[in-house]
Design a protein around this ligand. Structure first.
Ligand SMILES: Cc1cc2nc3c(=O)[nH]c(=O)nc-3n(C[C@H](O)[C@H](O)[C@H](O)COP(=O)(O)OP(=O)(O)OC[C@H]3O[C@@H](n4cnc5c(N)ncnc54)[C@H](O)[C@@H]3O)c2cc1C
Length: 389
């Protein structure tokens, strides 16, 4: 039995089809982009044409109206094939805010062109340099002036900002001192980036250890139509929180895909590489870390699938989403470690793609939410201990 074959699940056909699509984007494709810090335009176009990035858009708006578990299966297979869903995964979880809280007019305006691949919704402007994880301390202001909001401030780590037509922006509309709860007074907006560039919106790429197309974004009296406010003014933080479980489950699915890729590579190499007259995989020092990583990946997968099942059934799933993300990020990192060690020196050679995937999967212990903050969630919300911050 192939130890990394996907377990039987209702999305088997989607998984097969995604794997077939990904086979057209082999290691060389990603290696070149990695060196250039380029955007995988062709890959994203192929996923879009096949309808995968519109999986969560309801059919009435031109999408496939699939459950979150299908989106997770898509992203997991992308990663398990050695590709990088980080180029486009945000479209799947940003969508939820517009779907749940956007007006009918906003949905009619944006969702069909997103589903058709004419618009990309890939940028999510939440994190700021001074506030970091403490989101409610963010400083970007949006002030209502007639039929517009005027936005001033700065975001950091806004991934894919240069490659997205739309950004979902979180900004403060009522000063923190003037609200009863610090979570009040924040609002979400759809920013049409093409329209805004050069008219108050500036984007500056940040070079990072892996190819993630992250940017700094500056707002200088940017005018955003009031019609682009999503939901009610002042309730934006709740809308973003609403989307967190979906985001965590999808990222966890990506980590599981990464772990499967590393484990598959490590097993294959351990079976064929002969040193001291026998395959290195016969040595338990080589075999056990891979076996352990596999067990950890399977445990994470079980929690993530539980979370997805609850999410799709409309049940609370904060515990599973957070634990799934924590365990899956740890499992993909352990699998990456085992894979590098198994390959010895070749683990560091670019042409094996292992060092690239190793760098890529490291991100998920810090973003979109750090492991510490997940532990805080479990400590406080699951185990009832006092809040630490
Ligand atoms: C490549 C990349 C892409 C990203 N993409 C996006 C994006 O598209 N949109 C977006 O909005 N953001 C994005 N982010 C930002 C990401 O969500 C944040 O980096 C992450 O949430 C951590 O915030 P911070 O970097 O400000 O760290 P800080 O908040 O400064 O935290 C630093 C460290 O301190 C720890 N820490 C802080 N407070 C506590 C506490 N109370 N208890 C224990 N530990 C604590 C954290 O765990 C972390 O390890 C991205 C980041 C990266 C690196």
């Amino acid at each position: 039995m192939d130890p990394v074959a996907p377990a039987t699940d209702p999305h088997g056909e989607i998984r097969d089809a995604v794997r077939q699509l990904c086979a057209n984007f082999p290691g060389e494709y990603w290696r070149l982009l990695d060196a250039q810090r380029g955007y995988p335009t062709e890959f994203v176009a192929a996923l879009t044409e096949a309808g995968y990035l519109a999986a969560l858009i309801p059919e009435e708006y031109g999408g496939s109206g699939l459950p979150l578990s299908a989106a997770a299966a898509i992203l997991e297979e992308v990663q398990a094939s050695g590709c990088n869903g980080g180029a486009c995964h945000a479209q799947m979880y940003i969508m939820g805010t517009i779907l749940r809280h956007g007006s009918k007019a906003q949905k009619q305006k944006y969702l069909p062109p997103i589903a058709a691949g004419k618009l990309r919704l890939q940028a999510f402007g939440v994190t700021e340099p001074t506030s970091g994880t403490d989101t409610t301390s963010l400083r970007t202001r949006a002030e209502r002036q007639g039929e517009h909001y005027v936005v001033n401030g700065q975001k950091i780590w806004t991934s894919r900002a240069e490659h997205s037509d739309l950004m979902l922006l979180l900004a403060r509309t009522t000063p923190r001192e003037a609200v009863r709860k610090k979570t009040d007074g924040l609002s979400t907006f759809i920013v049409e980036m093409g329209e805004a560039l050069g008219k108050g919106l500036t984007i500056r790429p940040i070079r990072t250890m892996m190819n993630h197309n992250s940017c700094e974004v500056f707002f200088d009296n940017l005018r955003v139509p009031a019609a682009n406010l999503v939901g009610e003014e002042g309730r934006g933080f709740r809308y973003i929180l609403d989307g967190m479980n979906a985001e965590r489950l999808l990222i966890a699915a990506e980590c599981i895909g990464d772990a499967k890729w590393f484990i598959g590579k490590a097993c294959a190499y351990a079976r064929e590489r002969v040193v001291f007259g026998h395959p290195i995989g016969r040595n338990q020092g080589v075999q056990f870390p891979i076996a352990r990583a596999y067990a950890e990946m399977r445990a994470a997968e079980a929690v993530v699938r539980q979370g997805l099942a609850k999410f799709d059934a409309g049940l609370p799933c904060g515990e599973e989403a957070n634990m799934g993300k924590l365990l899956a990020a740890a499992a993909s990192w352990a699998a990456g470690e085992a894979c590098v060690n198994t390959h010895g020196g070749f683990g560091f050679a670019e042409e094996y793609d292992i060092e690239r995937k190793f760098r890529e999967t490291r991100l998920y212990q810090v973003a979109p939410i750090s492991t510490n903050l997940i532990l805080s969630y479990i400590g406080e919300h699951v185990l009832g201990m006092p809040r630490s911050y």
